[in-house]
Design a protein around this ligand. Structure first.
Ligand code: PLP
Length: 453
């Protein structure tokens, strides 16, 4: 409708972008995405760009699937909206709740719906405290999260997350939240081996619980793999030790599955990949592959016994909890994931295929570590190959440069500090995976050359 320059001017005049220095962006001009199909985006100048991030880690089934659009259209013409408060419900939300009970681990049979991952974690925050009130232990209030974890942008989400820059804007976290170190061996493992460091990081949880007292701690929240924190894949020793610590104490375990859920690690949920047994699982993103906004909290039978079966009203909910059109999008999306066996495909086919090629990028002189589990991976860029303890000055500058070069080369990668992240749609073909790696390689070469200038 408008040429790029005109769109950019309108964007600069009226649009306040999330997570963006909008003033700095406007000096450069925003990138205008006009269409998407499969793993490919098209911009307003007609360039094709490989979406190595599946949007924001969400487009599991790829972009532009007409059957999702059709399902939403059908639902909108039949019942475009009704709420799920008080005593009402409707067929799409019933079908979706049943489907989620089918695909999730056996202890999960109920879902509380909302519209995003942030709302899911706000719900978690209130639900764990409601649970302990219901169980006659109202003094259990503290929730422990991890530094550099990400659980959303609302007050509770930001507080549970461990992004210090976010905390500084707004005097957060809210009271009753504590943070422990993340299991980030490459950056913070010091002289420990990954195995030793995994145990050390898990025991920080034990120390925190014992410091505050088991009778004061309500829950521990963590992503199976920290996504926005930089694809922090924990050492193998980490999760079994965390599980032991939590099993020995009466504390709820919340696995934030907003990124790891719906096949990203080659299992329906990231907790299954690690063999951990959470009590609550916030979900969003891959639930609808981003076609419409929807989130939720999967509630285990243990928690349901307190917050549902015991009776008593949980004074919490959203106008759009279980929105019929979003539920229809989610159902159509989950049907595609099942029919095309995308979870199995990540575990046995495209996952191992891309992992091998991605890890080979670890040979590049600029890369200190290339890691990937399922279809989520990172490249740690380093100034001195073989020395993971030496970082670039002005953290983030090289990552941002590399990200911009990647975009120009036709691949969306995300930069977190000085590491490059990918999390492509689960439908990416072998040929497209080869293209992704070829562009990533060229991007590393170009960045390396630029740094030498
Ligand atoms: N939890 C995790 C693990 C996330 O990665 C995100 C978003 O990136 C959120 C929660 C927040 O989700 P939303 O952006 O839908 O509010």
């Amino acid at each position: 409708r408008y040429p790029t320059a005109q769109l950019r001017a309108l964007d600069a005049a009226h649009h306040f972008h999330p997570f963006t220095d909008t003033k700095a962006l406007n000096a450069e001009g925003s990138r205008i995405i006009t269409a998407a199909k499969g793993v490919w985006l098209t911009d307003s100048d007609g360039n094709r760009i490989l979406d190595g991030m599946a949007g924001l880690w969400c487009a599991q089934v790829g972009h532009g699937r007409e059957e999702i659009a059709d399902a939403v259209h059908r639902q909108m013409t039949e019942l475009s909206y009704y709420n799920t408060f008080f005593k009402t419900t409707h067929p799409p939300v019933i079908a979706l709740a049943e489907k989620l009970a089918e695909v999730s681990p056996p202890q999960f049979n109920r879902t509380f719906f909302c519209s995003s991952g942030s709302e899911a974690n706000d719900t978690v925050f209130r639900m764990v405290r409601f649970y302990w009130d219901q169980m006659g232990k109202p003094e259990k209030k503290i929730i422990i999260g991890r530094w550099n974890g990400y659980h959303g942008s609302t007050l509770a989400g930001t507080s549970l997350g461990g992004m210090k820059a976010m905390h500084e804007q707004g005097d957060l976290p809210v009271p009753g939240v504590r943070h422990i170190p993340q299991p980030y061996w490459f950056g913070e493992g010091g002289d420990m081996s990954p195995a030793e460091f995994g145990i050390w990081a898990a025991r920080e949880l034990e120390k925190a619980i014992d410091h505050h007292g088991e009778d004061k701690v309500a829950a521990f929240i963590a992503e199976p793999i920290q996504g926005a924190g930089g694809v922090i894949i924990p050492p193998e020793t980490y999760w079994p030790e965390v599980q032991r610590i939590l099993k020995e104490r009466d504390i709820l375990f919340v696995a934030d599955e907003v990124i790891c859920g719906f096949g990203r690690l080659g299992t329906w949920f990231g907790s299954e990949y690690y063999g951990i047994e959470p009590d609550l699982m916030p979900i969003a993103k891959g639930l609808t592959s981003g076609y419409l906004p929807m989130g939720g909290v999967l509630v285990s039978d243990k928690v349901a016994a307190g917050v549902i079966d015991k009776g008593g009203e949980f004074y919490h909910g959203y106008t759009y909890s279980g929105h019929p059109a979003c539920a229809a999008a989610a159902l159509a999306n989950l049907e595609i994931i099942q029919r095309e066996k995308l979870v199995e495909r990540v575990a046995n086919d495209i996952g191992p295929y891309l992992q091998a090629r991605w890890r080979a990028l670890g040979e590049h002189p600029l890369v200190g570590e290339a890691r990937m589990t399922g279809l989520v991976g990172a490249l740690e860029l380093v100034p001195e190959k073989g020395n993971r303890k030496k970082a670039f000055p002005n953290t983030g500058t090289v990552g941002t440069m590399c990200r911009d070069i990647s975009f120009r080369n036709g691949l969306i990668m995300r930069a977190v500090r000085d590491s490059m992240i990918i999390s492509p749609p689960l439908v990416i073909t072998h040929g497209e995976a080869d293209q992704l790696v070829a562009i990533a390689k060229k991007t590393l070469d170009d960045t390396h050359a630029e740094l030498k200038r």
